[in-house]
Design a protein around this ligand. Structure first.
Ligand code: SIN
Length: 549
């Protein structure tokens, strides 16, 4: 089955949906959501949106804080764009119906988070993501120019290559197709989970907004859908990816055997919560005497990791019991209620916490408009590497980046729209499943999934070394080969596609982490503990056909 649309947005988080709302002013938009529309990492975001709004704040301070967290790798032009657009994007959200928490005088109640020198986090209680997603999903559902396809999983881009100056047939990474970089993206093969059919969706512009890849790790704050699909798809099509070794571990996820991925927002530390060990000793003063509990995330995550290794304990604790119960319940209603559901009253007792994989600072290389190396293919939000985050993301810069880069992409597409819509849309070859049969043993998928996630946690986690990185690479590659060998033998399922993408992203993380012979931001290698600006103050780049550093 073939569908045609002007714009295909893959992913239903804040970046994808805010872009869809804008693109609907130009033409017909199709949005793919891998599960239901309300399942995304944006939905789970608690903290908020970093935005200069306080009288004692300035663009320059936000700019400098972002650079400091990014540890030498931020692209200053991108930081400047993002920081300066924050208030316009926040205002736009308010116009779309998002209600942020305000103080009595009608000003934003600005939160404080690690790495920020001022209070600048605009938030909606401690469920900012949910509030924004609710407004965006309503706008998308009410807009006749937007079709939302839920339970649809992107498989691979449909591309058109140029051979010796002439246009070839539409091409994708299909059985028998030659493996070479793509030139123009023409849409996407997409699995409809309910019917099991693979549709071809032809689009003038395709946007990857699939979020991150936290599920590569055993412990993560991310939802199950965060399997790095956009990164793997773009890489397979020949686009460059960058800086995937910079995985951000959030220092404080709830440690409870029944809690799967519940984050304890950094905003608690912004309101005075302190990290303590089982005996009640505060420990961040030792690791960062200036910023203490509000040090950048990489520093806090490594400190907790060191404390856990030293003591052999299963968790450390976050203590906010010195604040009044009324304040805690009012400011953190979601965290309060959720913890209470697990039997923890955070107004009376410290919260057991551990670090968990939270955010990919790297991703698909784009320019300042979200354009990837492949014409017609954009990447925005966590999927992309714009250079904003450098080696470590400043807290609450991620929803902001999603909104700003969606806007940037919209501006670029709008400027080129007359040319884009004049291009003829060429039908794709229908998906050819060949002799593929149903996989009757789900254990083939779940086993490899578990192996990869455990391996990444143990060998490619918060603190790495050369030996473990080499071992990880040696163990992941046979799994990748096995998946590729069987790719055409079985009919596609969501789980199989996710495993294929997840294993590819795991391999890319290991390769980029092994390449970087220094420690910087979210990448810490015990064998190379120093920062080496002379050799390594640069992005790590990988592309399917050759390695560039
Ligand atoms: C948090 O609330 O701690 C998470 C916010 C973020 O990841 O920026």
């Amino acid at each position: 089955m073939e569908l045609q649309t002007d714009f295909l947005v893959v992913g239903g988080g804040i970046a994808g949906l805010s872009l869809a709302v804008k693109l609907a002013r130009l033409g017909k938009v199709t949005v793919l959501s891998k599960k239901k529309a309300d399942v995304s990492a944006s939905e789970l975001a608690q903290g908020g949106i970093a935005c200069v709004a306080a009288p004692d704040d300035s663009f320059d301070l936000h700019f400098q804080d972002t650079l400091r967290a990014g540890d030498g790798l931020c692209h200053e032009d991108i930081v400047d764009i993002v920081v300066r657009q924050a208030s316009d994007r926040v205002r736009e959200l308010e116009e779309w119906g998002v209600r942020f928490t305000k103080s009595g005088d009608g000003c934003f109640d600005l939160g404080q988070e690690g790495g920020h020198s001022r209070r600048r986090v605009v938030h909606a209680g401690d469920f900012t993501g949910r509030e924004i997603q609710k407004a965006l999903i309503n706008l998308v559902r009410d807009n006749p120019a937007i079709s939302l396809l839920q339970d649809h999983v992107a498989v691979d881009v449909i591309t058109r290559c140029r051979i010796r100056g002439a246009c070839s047939e539409p091409y994708a990474l299909r059985r028998g197709a030659r493996d070479r970089p793509a030139e123009k993206c023409m849409g996407m093969y997409v699995l409809d989970v309910a019917s099991g059919d693979v549709k071809s969706i032809i689009a003038r512009v395709t946007i990857l907004a699939t979020g991150g890849a936290g599920k590569v790790y055993l412990y993560t704050s991310n939802p199950d859908v965060s399997t790095g699909d956009g990164i793997a798809i773009a890489y397979r099509a020949g686009a460059r990816v960058a800086n995937l070794e910079f995985v951000q571990f959030h220092p404080t996820c709830l440690f409870h055997h029944k809690a799967k991925n519940f984050l304890i927002s950094e905003a608690l530390r912004g309101e005075g919560a302190r990290l303590i060990d089982a005996s009640g000793r505060v420990f961040m003063d030792t690791y960062d005497p200036d910023r203490k509990d509000l040090a950048c995330r990489d520093v806090v995550a490594r400190a907790i990791d060191a404390e856990l290794k030293k003591s052999g304990a299963e968790s450390v604790f976050l203590d906010i019991t010195h604040r009044s119960p009324e304040f805690v319940k009012d400011r953190f209603p979601n965290i309060y209620e959720t913890c209470l559901g697990f039997g923890i009253d955070i107004t009376r007792e410290p919260i057991p916490v551990v670090p968990a994989a939270h955010y990919m600072c790297g991703g698909v290389v784009t320019d300042r408009y979200g354009q990837t190396d492949i014409r017609g293919l954009f990447a925005i939000g966590e999927t992309a590497c714009t250079g904003l985050h450098g080696a470590n993301r400043l807290a609450s810069n991620s929803l902001l980046e999603g909104l700003v880069m969606a806007h940037q992409a919209y501006e670029r597409i709008r400027a080129e729209w007359d040319d884009l819509r004049a291009e003829k849309m060429i039908p794709a070859q229908p998906w050819d499943a060949g002799g593929a049969v149903d996989m009757d043993e789900a254990v083939l998928i779940s086993h490899n999934w578990d192996v990869i996630r455990r391996l990444m946690w143990d060998y490619v986690g918060i603190v790495r070394n050369d030996r473990r990185l080499a071992l990880a690479g040696r163990r992941i590659r046979p799994i990748l080969e096995e998946i590729n060998r069987h790719y055409w033998d079985y009919t596609l399922t969501r789980d199989f596609l996710e495993l294929r993408n997840l294993s590819m992203v795991a391999d890319l993380i290991v390769r980029q982490a092994s390449q970087r012979k220094e420690s910087r931001g979210g990448h810490f290698n015990m064998d190379w503990p120093q920062k080496d600006d002379w050799n390594w103050r640069r992005d790590s780049l990988l592309c399917r056909d050759n390695v560039q550093t």
